[in-house]
Ligand binder design. Structure first.
Ligand code: LP5
Length: 237
C-alpha cells in the first residue's frame, strides 16, 4: 500500500491537525510501503536554519516511521518551498521534484503540488516565477532570519487579501495547463493538491485528475493498492 497526502499546513497553533497527522502515521502510514507528501506540509517554512521545536518533533515522527520501513517522499508547496536537505535528513525523507512521475497501481502517475497549474491566476504565477528563481532562492536563504520572518508575514497578509478578491475559477487549475502537462509526461492520471478542492475528475479518454484536499476540519489521503487509487476522507476524532 502507498499513501499520498497534501496541504496539512502543520502549525503549532493547530494541535487538532497535528494530532490527526500523528494518528494517521500510527494507524495508516506506519503500515505503508511509501508515503508521498505533495507540498504545503507546513503552514510556512522560512528556512532549515529556523527550525522550531514543533517542526523538529514532526521530523522525528516521520523519521520514526521511516525507521520502521516506510519510504517518505516530500514535494515542495507554495508555502514551504524553502524546505531543504537539513529537514530531510532529520525526517529521513527524500525531497522529490515538482512534477514527478511515479508508478502507482501499475501505471505511470504524475504527481504535482498543483500551484503551477493555476495559470489563470496571473499575479500568483508572476510571484511564483520571482520567488522560485534560483538567484532569488539563494538570496532568500541568506537573508537574516528576522527579515525572512517579516517578509513571510507580509507576503501571507498580501496573499490572504488578494486571494479573497479572486474568482473561484481563477484560483483553480487551468484545464489547458492540465492537458498540456499530462500530454508532455504521457500519463493518464494526475494527482495534485493546493486548490483545497478534493475530487476525482474524469477527463475522458480514460484520463483522470485526482485532487487531494487540505487538512482543516478533516483530513484527506489517497490510498494506492495493487490495482486501485482511492481518494478518502479522514475524519478527525
Ligand atoms: O497559500 P495560499 O493557498 O493561501 O495562496 C496561494 C498564493 N499565495 C502564495 C503566498 C503564500 O501564501 C505565502 C508564502 C510564504 C512563504 C514563506 C517563505 C518565503 C520567505 C520570504 C518571503 C519573501 O503562494 C496566492 C494564490 C492562491 O494560492 C491560489 O492559487 O492566489 O497568490 C497570491 O495571492 C499572490 C498575489 O496574487 C500577489 C501578491 C503580490 C505580493 C507582492 C510581494 C512581493 C514580495 C517579493 C519578495 C521577494
Amino acid at each position: 500500500m502507498i499513501l499520498l497526502i497534501s496541504d496539512l499546513h502543520l502549525h503549532e497553533e493547530r494541535p487538532d491537525i497535528t494530532g490527526a497527522f500523528l494518528a494517521f502515521l500510527e494507524q495508516h502510514a506506519k503500515h505503508a510501503q511509501a508515503l508521498y507528501i505533495l507540498g504545503d506540509f507546513f503552514e510556512v517554512w522560512i528556512g532549515d536554519d529556523a527550525i522550531t521545536p514543533f517542526q523538529r518533533s514532526i521530523a522525528q515522527a516521520l523519521s520514526d516511521i521511516a525507521g520502521g520501513g516506510t519510504q517518505i517522499y516530500l514535494m515542495h508547496g507554495n508555502r514551504d518551498f524553502l524546505l531543504g536537505q537539513d529537514f530531510c535528513q532529520l525526517a529521513d525523507c527524500e525531497l522529490i521534484t515538482d512534477p514527478s512521475v511515479v508508478k502507482l497501481a501499475g501505471e505511470q502517475v504524475l504527481l504535482m503540488h498543483g500551484d503551477s497549474l493555476c495559470t489563470s491566476d496571473r499575479s500568483y504565477i508572476r510571484l511564483r516565477r520571482v520567488l522560485r528563481n534560483p538567484l532569488m532562492l539563494f538570496i532568500l536563504r541568506h537573508l537574516p532570519l528576522r527579515m525572512r520572518q517579516r517578509l513571510a508575514g507580509d507576503l501571507r497578509q498580501k496573499s490572504t487579501n488578494s486571494t479573497r478578491m479572486k474568482a473561484m475559477d481563477i484560483t483553480d487549475v487551468n484545464a489547458k495547463a492540465v492537458s498540456k502537462i499530462m500530454s508532455q509526461h504521457q500519463v493518464r492520471t494526475l494527482i495534485h493538491g493546493h486548490t483545497h478542492r478534493p475530487a476525482v475528475h474524469n477527463l475522458g479518454n480514460e484520463k483522470q485528475r485526482i485532487v487531494l484536499g487540505d487538512w482543516d476540519s478533516q483530513g484527506w489521503f489517497i490510498q494506492v493498492s495493487r490495482h486501485t487509487i482511492e481518494l478518502k476522507p479522514l475524519p478527525f476524532v
